[in-house]
Design a binder for this molecule. Structure first.
Ligand code: NAI
Length: 404
């Protein structure tokens, strides 16, 4: 059995077995007869990951499960090389039994790759959001997909509140003045507002959307609205959180819209020219859910025309985002309104500890033949176990309670 870590920059064979922390390839022998091949696609942490062992989502620190899998006698391949037919991901998916991926550096498991994945039984998302896996194709092949539900929902909700504030208060251009040794209060204040008295609405009121509304309660907003096809459980309902039945009706009222639903067939490209035109003129849009829920060109156009006053978030329709992605340089009519960052809201050090533990638990249960936590299951036994990935006709096996 081997434990191998690979990444794109491995060129020198001299690295092999020199030092566990800097080596990318390690070989171990074992006599285990129940060996399972586990493939993990994680992001490269480089120097940061070597200096900070709590960066568990990186190839270098490999979710903290390398030693455990090695001791159990399993094969563990870790890579960040995920694009194209010659990538480590596509090479090893052919015979891996367990695939571990993360939404932050997604290994896109397409229907074609699922077809090639002859031994694949379990896909574990280290984090929340499994749209990078073709879930319908996984169902056809009876592959289980599980994610670490709840692991980073607080992390994202905090990021959403921060993003709302930085757009409404025009923070980014103000800060840029300072580092440019500039000082022009009027230029900033002409587009700076208070959040108090504004209408905020969330598209999707599950774990994250609900927590965003909870965190906004202290800001004395005029209204806190939500749109979701799933109702809130009775004990979570609050008079201050108002459900709106039609998405367009909510958008017409909102000064700020925050998107907190998964990416699936019905939400892909949802915020296109037409839907954005239903938003209030001058509204702010925050998307920490998935980049592809918003049409990249529609967002840029709406900022440039003044229909949107700002767009912020950490998710992109392709990750890593290409250098020429329109959202890197999409600005409102005053040259501000861009609160984009790389995908990190759900990968704070606190979140990484939770999703690394959760991913280990899912693998452990699989290896021990134990049931998975129902809340973690997205698809199993050829059907959706989660109600969050779209409304669909389904067998009566649904287990995952949507909602907070
Ligand atoms: P959740 O499953 O608790 O809630 C999702 C809610 O969205 C459900 O109530 C569902 O009914 C609703 N929904 C689905 N389709 C909808 C639609 N068309 N319109 C309105 N509502 C719809 O999920 P959770 O934990 O709140 O996460 C939501 C999403 O946030 C994840 O699927 C993921 O894409 C994203 N996320 C992003 C992270 C980041 O780092 N940026 C980290 C974690 C999650």
């Amino acid at each position: 059995t081997r434990l191998i870590s690979t990444h794109r920059t491995l060129t020198s064979p001299r690295l092999v077995n020199q030092n566990i922390n800097s080596a990318r390839t390690l070989n171990f022998s074992t006599t285990s007869s129940n060996m399972v091949k586990v493939l993990a696609v994680l992001y490269k942490g480089g120097q940061a990951a070597q200096e900070e062992p709590r960066l568990l989502g990186t190839i270098e620190n490999s979710l903290g499960i390398s030693d455990w899998l090695k001791k159990e006698g399993h094969e563990f391949i870790v890579t960040d090389d995920k694009e194209g037919p010659n990538s480590e991901f596509q090479k090893h998916i052919a015979d891996a039994e367990i695939l571990v991926t993360t939404p932050f550096h997604p290994g896109y498991l397409t229907a074609d790759l699922i077809e090639k994945a002859k031994n694949l039984k379990l896909c574990v998302t280290a984090g929340v959001g499994s749209d990078h896996i073709d879930l319908n194709a996984a169902n056809k092949k009876n592959i289980t997909v599980a994610e670490v539900s709840g692991s980073n929902v607080v992390s994202v909700a905090e990021h959403v509140v921060m993003s709302i504030l930085l757009l409404v208060r025009n923070f980014v251009p103000a800060h840029e003045q300072i580092i440019a040794d500039d000082w022009n209060v009027a230029q900033i204040a002409r587009n700076a507002y208070d959040l108090e008295g504004k209408v905020v609405g969330t598209v999707g009121c599950g774990r994250i959307g609900y927590r965003v509304l909870e965190r906004l309660q202290g800001f004395n907003c005029k209204e806190l609205l939500w749109f979701d096809y799933t109702d809130l459980p009775e004990d979570k309902k609050k008079a201050e959180f108002k459900r709106v039945e039609k998405l367009e009706d909510m958008l017409a009222k909102c000064d700020v819209v925050t998107i907190n639903c998964p990416l699936h067939e019905k939400t892909k490209g949802l915020f296109n020219d037409e839907l954005i035109s239903k938003m209030k003129k001058g509204a702010w849009l925050v998307n920490t859910a998935r980049g592809a829920i918003c049409d990249r060109n529609a967002v840029k156009k709406a900022l440039e025309s003044g229909h949107l006053n700002g767009y912020a978030g950490d998710v992109w329709d392709v990750q890593p985002s290409p250098k020429n992605h329109p959202w890197r340089h999409a600005f409102n009519t005053l040259g501000g309104g861009n609160g984009m960052v790389p995908h990190y809201s759900g990968t704070t050090l606190d979140a990484q500890a939770r999703y690394a533990n959760g991913a280990k638990d899912i693998i452990q249960r699989y290896l021990a033949g134990k049931e998975q936590e129902p809340a973690n299951l997205i698809v199993i036994d050829g059907d959706y176990a989660s109600k969050a990935y779209g409304q669909r006709e389904k067998k009566a096996t649904g287990q995952k309670p949507a909602g907070p």
